[in-house]
Design a protein around this ligand. Structure first.
Ligand code: DGJ
Length: 748
């Protein structure tokens, strides 16, 4: 976020634009989208943003603050907003500044809610009063300049509106023109204010290793709820996403929802605060805990992007908007990112014990069932026999691969697949040549213990020499080998986050510089190797956010591959993120996770709700298993575009101890709907609930085709959209751990 990183981000955007224009990335902008409009009424000082089904309004008030006036459903063009007036002091305890819904506010005066910006100046002064200066509208983008009342601190607020989904992207850039360095102690991208109300419910995501993506709900009470990570990275314990609806007034497809996500893969925070006047505001940015950023004269610091959206179609509608936005506006090759190939991954089959002959044998089996990408996981490099050694030494292990990686890669290519490789670039084992040579390269406080996690330490990627090392080994790997895909892993969180080589007043810049260097490596690699795809993995789903998704093509949601547990994990994941980026492997049964045995059909159907992969030991599969897998992989390819790009409906979410789970996805062109249904166990002769589909055209005709399992014998093959949505289908699901799937194809 220093000057130089801002420039590299700009370079990225330009590079993507150049590549898009030169035809390397297919551009496929939806024809029906009405562009977003941004207006400024200079008489009233009111800004109005209209995008898709939402309207967002704020204005310059009489003290030159920026004050939110409205965020919600789309308003008529004729609806008029008068000049903003800050709210009066409620009592001597609650001054005007703190009760007025602020769009972006510095800490100063009598502000008791979360500030967007807090600065300490070298003279000890910590008062910051930002006032509106000017604005610039450029199509769907708006920038507003604010300045402190006496010091030359300029803050530019950036808004970008998406005409397709109505999602707004916000960020802020602080510029130091004071002539002396100062320390930013807290910085947010911005604050979202909801209509005043007391009946709000907050949804958010929590988790842990092998148990990510739990959907939580809580009533919003007076006071503050902070969703956060203090771990140096996104974390699984909270994910930087929120959704707020009105309690009792909404469900999966109905009711108003205000939602958002922060695009930042470092420590982060989103605070949801109900203030003294019961106004709910949501502020998001890097975590203020232990944060500091020394901003020198002429330098700029830009925050991560904070995205916000509105849906009147319930939490399901909010998820669908997020999914569409991710595919069309976030992912590296947007608006037409590649569909995810069917992957084979060696991890659960061979662990660290990879070698040329063993991987070739697995590759043959994988190709025979229709796999398109073969990925060799951990264990191929350095002295990597187990997780005690080798991380950091990114040369091919000679015992395991005496002729390098080429013979294996050639073999994989000859089988018609492309080749992917696991790396964990930001980590080092103390038992490695790299650490022996550069013990000073890790995060540490001198003279203090260095806490290990999985026997590894975190390289300080904020250091220019570490960044250069990481970039150069990855570039070499990709230059010397025909690699189509990197699985980029990150298997622990930070501890002792010291940067002894930095000046003591800028050591904490590590929180920003580390993450920006991580992003800039991804950017540079993609520029130099434009065909390479990358997965963000962090011991499962610990680094999934809209920041890393700008530079990675898919993510790994969890190391838990038990197909039943995955129903819950995948359900939570899709509240915020698209199934089109959600890698999902079929693994062996019983699972290592909890010794549960599940049929191959069940395991496939569970994984086919995302980006299908195989992670089992195929050497143990019978010919019948391989035949069944071949059929399922072929079926997946026929529904892949719908699953990865379509509109997802949670017909029965596996929540609140539900015995069932049913998802339906309708393709973007409306021609295909795919439904997956799962039963945990039936009881007391109760039939499976009738499944009434959604998102079809009432008057069109759809033809039913089973992928697996059966529906009631009386079910018609062909019927109207009305029939499938209102009458519904009676599924033949009885017993324990049963599953089925079917498609409906629009025929008229
Ligand atoms: C954690 C990942 O989530 C796994 O899939 C696997 O790649 C291991 N790391 C390898 O060490």
């Amino acid at each position: 976020m220093q000057c130089c990183t801002v420039i590299s981000d700009l370079h990225l955007r330009i590079a993507i634009l150049v590549l898009a224009l030169s035809g390397c990335f297919p551009v496929n902008v939806s024809a029906q989208t009405t562009p977003a409009t941004i207006q400024f009424d200079s008489t009233s000082g009111v800004f109005r943003i209209d995008a898709a089904d939402s309207t967002y309004v704020f204005g310059v008030n009489e003290v030159q603050g920026l004050q939110n006036l409205y965020w919600g459903g789309h308003l008529a063009a004729s609806d008029h907003f008068a000049t903003a007036h800050s709210l009066p002091e409620v009592s001597s305890f609650d001054p005007s500044l703190t009760v007025t819904p602020q769009e972006y506010v510095g800490w100063g005066g009598g502000l008791y809610v979360d500030p967007d910006l807090k600065i300490t100046f070298p003279d000890g002064n910590r008062d910051l009063a930002l006032k509106y200066v000017s604005n610039r509208i450029d199509g769907d983008s708006l920038s507003i300049v604010m300045k402190d009342i006496s010091r030359d601190i300029y803050v530019t607020l950036n808004y970008q509106a998406d005409g397709e989904t109505g999602i707004l992207r916000r960020s802020a850039t602080v510029e130091n023109r004071t002539g002396v360095p100062f320390t930013v102690e807290q910085i947010a991208a911005g604050t979202w204010s909801l209509p005043r109300g007391t009946d709000y419910r907050l949804r958010y995501l929590t988790g842990r290793w092998a148990g990510e993506w739990n959907v939580q709900e809580r009533h919003i009470e007076p006071g503050k709820t902070v969703l956060e990570s203090r771990r140096g990275t996104t974390g699984a314990q909270n994910n930087p996403w929120f959704a707020i609806d009105r309690e009792g007034a909404g469900d999966q497809d109905q009711g108003e929802v205000w939602f958002g996500a922060l695009g930042w893969s470092g420590s982060w925070q989103i605070s949801v605060e109900q203030d003294q006047l019961q106004q709910v505001r949501v502020t998001g940015g890097p975590n203020a805990f232990d944060f500091a950023y020394l901003l020198k004269p002429h330098e700029k610091l830009t925050t991560p992007d904070f995205y916000g959206g509105y849906s009147s179609h319930g939490i399901g509608g909010a998820s669908r908007l997020m999914h569409r936005y991710e595919i069309d506006s976030i992912l590296p090759r947007h608006p037409a990112p590649n569909l995810r190939p069917v992957v084979y991954n060696s991890w659960e089959a061979t662990g660290f014990d990879v070698n040329e002959a063993g991987q070739m044998a697995l590759a043959e089996k994988a190709a025979s069932i229709g796999v398109e990408r073969f990925v060799m996981d951990d264990g191929w490099f350095g002295e990597r026999k187990n997780d005690h050694s080798g991380l950091g030494d990114w040369y091919v292990n000679q015992q395991k691969f005496p002729h390098g990686l080429k013979p294996l890669i050639d073999k994989v290519h000859s089988l018609g697949m492309d080749f992917g490789l696991w790396v964990e670039p930001e980590m080092v084992n103390p038992n490695s040549d790299l650490y022996r040579k550069h013990p000073d390269w890790v995060l540490n406080f001198p003279g203090r213990p260095r806490t290990e996690g999985r026997n590894q330490l975190v390289l300080n990627l904020a250091r220019p020499d570490v960044r250069a090392y990481v970039y150069s080994f990855l570039d070499k790997l990709l230059t010397e080998n025909d690699i189509a895909f990197l699985k980029w892993d990150y298997n622990r969180n930070w501890s002792e986050p010291g940067w002894p080589a930095a000046a003591s007043n800028s050591e904490k810049n590590v929180y920003v510089d580390f993450t920006n260097n991580f992003y800039s490596i991804l950017v540079e690699l993609r520029q130099k190797h434009p065909n390479v795809e990358i997965e963000s993995c962090s011991g499962g789903g610990s680094r999934v956010d809209l920041g890393v998704m700008r530079y990675t093509d898919e993510v790994w949601p969890s190391d838990n591959t038990d197909a039943y547990d995955r129903l819950f994990i995948q359900n939570g994941f899709t509240y915020a993120y698209s199934p089109g980026v959600m890698a999902a492997w079929v693994t062996d049964s019983p699972t290592w996770v909890n010794s549960r045995s599940l049929s191959l059909e069940y395991r496939f159907l569970s994984s086919m709700q995302g980006a299908l992969g195989i992670g089992a030991n195929l050497n143990k599969w019978t010919n019948e298993d391989l035949d069944e897998a071949r059929t399922m992989v072929a079926a997946y390819k026929s529904i892949r575009e719908t699953v990865q790009r379509g509109s997802l409906y949670r017909l029965i979410a596996p929540e609140n101890n539900s015995e069932q789970s049913v998802t339906e996805t309708v393709s973007r062109d409306g021609k295909q709907a795919v439904t997956f249904a799962f039963l945990h166990s039936s009881r007391e002769l109760y039939p499976f609930p009738l499944v009434q589909l959604r998102g079809l055209e009432e008057n069109s005709t759809y033809t039913l085709s089973m992928i697996a399992g059966n529906v009631d014998d009386g079910t018609p093959i062909t019927a109207s959209g009305s029939y499938w949505m209102h009458h519904g289908l009676d599924l033949k699901l009885r017993g324990d751990f049963q599953a089925l799937a079917f498609t409906l194809t629009r025929t008229k």
